[in-house]
Write a protein that binds this ligand. Structure first.
Ligand code: AHG
Ligand code: MN
Ligand code: MN
Length: 335
C-alpha cells in the first residue's frame, strides 16, 4: 500500500520552523487562505447551478466588468483575513485602494500585507473553464502598530515572503512557495482536505508549448512576432504547440508541469500589456523562479521592477527558463 499523503495542515505545521521570521503568523495566514479557497471552490463549482453567474454591474478600477463571483471571492478573502486578524493590510485587484486592517492599533503586531487577485480568468466562469486565485505576501516596511501606508504595498517582487495560487480546475489545487521550492496540494472535495500531491514542482528547462493571445499578433512588438514565428518553424523540436486558456493561473500551471512559456506582451493597444505587476506578475514570477523557471518583461526580471502604482501593468513573459531566455534574445535583437 502506498504511504498516506501529507495534508496541507500537517505540512504547514511541519514547515513553520523553517520560515525565516517564524512566529506562526505566516502559517496562520496560509491557513486562512486555505479555508477561503475551499469556500470559493464551493461557489465556483455551483456556478452553473445557481443564478450567481453574470456581471454584477460594477466596473472595477481597470474599467473591466466585474462578475458576481469576482465580488464574492474578493469579499470572502478580505473577510477571512480581517476576521482572523492576521494581516495589517490587503490590496486587491478588485479594490480601488488598499484596505488597512486595524493597523493603527498599537496592539496589532501583525507584520504582513497581502496582495490578491481574488478571481483570475473570471471571463471563463460562464463557460465552465478553470479559474484561479493568486496571492502575494510581504512584510510591511513601516513599523508594526502604526497605520499601513502605500509603501508597504509598493514593494519589489524580490521582497515577497510567500506567494501562491489556487486553481479551481478539474480538481482544485493550492500551489505555493515560501522561498523554499514550490509545493502543490490537491483538494479531496469529499472530505475538504488538501493533500500534498505535487512536492517540489519544477518547470522543465525547455518546453514545447507557447501560450499567447495570438489574435493580438499584429499589435505585438517585433521581437515577440519574431519569437512566435520561431515557435512555429519546422526545425529541431519545433514547431511548438500553441495552448491558450485565457486564465493565467491555468496556463501557468499547465506550462509548469509540461514545460512552456506564457506571454502577455505589450501591444500597440496596451503599452504595458494587461497583467498587473502586484497581483499577477510578481507572485507568478516568484513561483516560477522557485520552480527553476524565469519571468521577465522582455528586458528586466519581473521581480526587480520598482512598482509605482498599486494597479500597475507590465508585459509578462514567464515559464521554462530556456524559452524565456530565447524570447528575451529576440526582444534584444529587435530593439
Ligand atoms: P482577470 O480575470 O483577473 O481580470 O485576469 C484575466 C487575465 C489573465 O488571467 C488571462 O491570461 C488574460 O487576462 C487573458 O487576457 P486576453 O483575453 O486579453 O487574452
Ligand atoms: Mn487576473
Ligand atoms: Mn481577477
Amino acid at each position: 500500500m502506498s504511504q498516506r499523503k501529507q495534508t496541507l495542515g500537517e505540512f504547514i505545521i511541519e514547515n513553520q520552523q523553517s520560515f525565516k521570521y517564524t512566529s506562526g503568523e505566516l502559517s496562520r495566514l496560509i491557513n486562512a487562505i486555505r479555508l477561503a479557497a475551499k469556500v470559493v471552490n464551493h461557489e465556483v463549482n455551483k456556478a452553473g447551478l445557481v443564478d450567481i453567474i453574470g456581471e454584477a454591474g460594477d466596473t472595477n478600477i481597470q474599467g473591466e466588468d466585474q462578475q458576481k463571483l469576482d465580488v464574492f471571492a474578493n469579499d470572502l478573502f478580505i473577510k477571512a483575513m480581517t476576521r482572523r486578524n492576521i494581516v495589517c493590510g490587503i490590496a486587491s485587484e478588485e479594490e480601488d485602494d488598499f484596505v488597512a486592517i486595524n493597523s493603527q492599533d498599537e496592539n496589532n503586531q501583525n507584520k504582513y500585507v497581502v496582495l490578491i487577485d481574488p478571481l483570475d480568468g473570471s471571463s471563463n466562469i460562464d463557460v465552465n473553464v478553470s479559474v484561479g486565485t493568486i496571492f502575494s505576501i510581504y512584510r510591511r516596511v513601516t513599523e508594526v502598530g502604526t497605520p499601513v501606508i502605500i509603501d508597504d504595498f509598493l514593494q519589489k517582487g524580490n521582497k515577497q515572503v510567500a506567494a501562491g495560487y489556487v486553481i479551481y480546475g478539474t480538481s482544485t489545487m493550492l500551489v505555493y512557495t515560501t522561498g523554499d521550492g514550490v509545493n502543490g496540494f490537491t483538494l479531496n472535495p469529499a472530505i475538504g482536505t488538501f493533500y500534498l500531491s505535487h512536492p517540489n514542482m519544477q518547470f522543465p528547462e525547455d518546453g514545447q508549448i507557447y501560450s499567447v493571445n495570438e489574435g493580438n499578433y499584429i499589435h505585438f512588438p517585433q521581437g515577440i512576432k519574431d519569437y512566435i514565428k520561431y515557435c512555429q518553424m519546422e526545425e529541431g523540436d519545433r514547431p511548438y504547440t500553441s495552448r491558450y486558456i485565457g486564465s493565467l493561473v491555468s496556463d501557468f500551471h499547465r506550462n509548469m508541469i509540461k514545460g512552456g512559456i506564457y506571454m502577455y506582451p505589450k501591444s500597440s493597444m496596451n503599452s504595458n500589456g494587461k497583467l498587473r505587476l502586484l497581483y499577477e506578475c510578481n507572485p507568478m514570477a516568484y513561483i516560477a523562479e522557485q520552480a527553476n523557471g524565469r519571468a521577465s518583461d522582455g528586458f528586466t526580471r519581473i521581480m526587480d521592477i520598482e512598482p509605482t502604482k498599486l494597479h500597475q501593468r507590465v508585459p509578462f513573459l514567464c515559464g521554462s527558463k530556456n524559452m524565456v531566455k530565447k524570447v528575451e534574445e529576440f526582444m534584444e535583437k529587435a530593439k
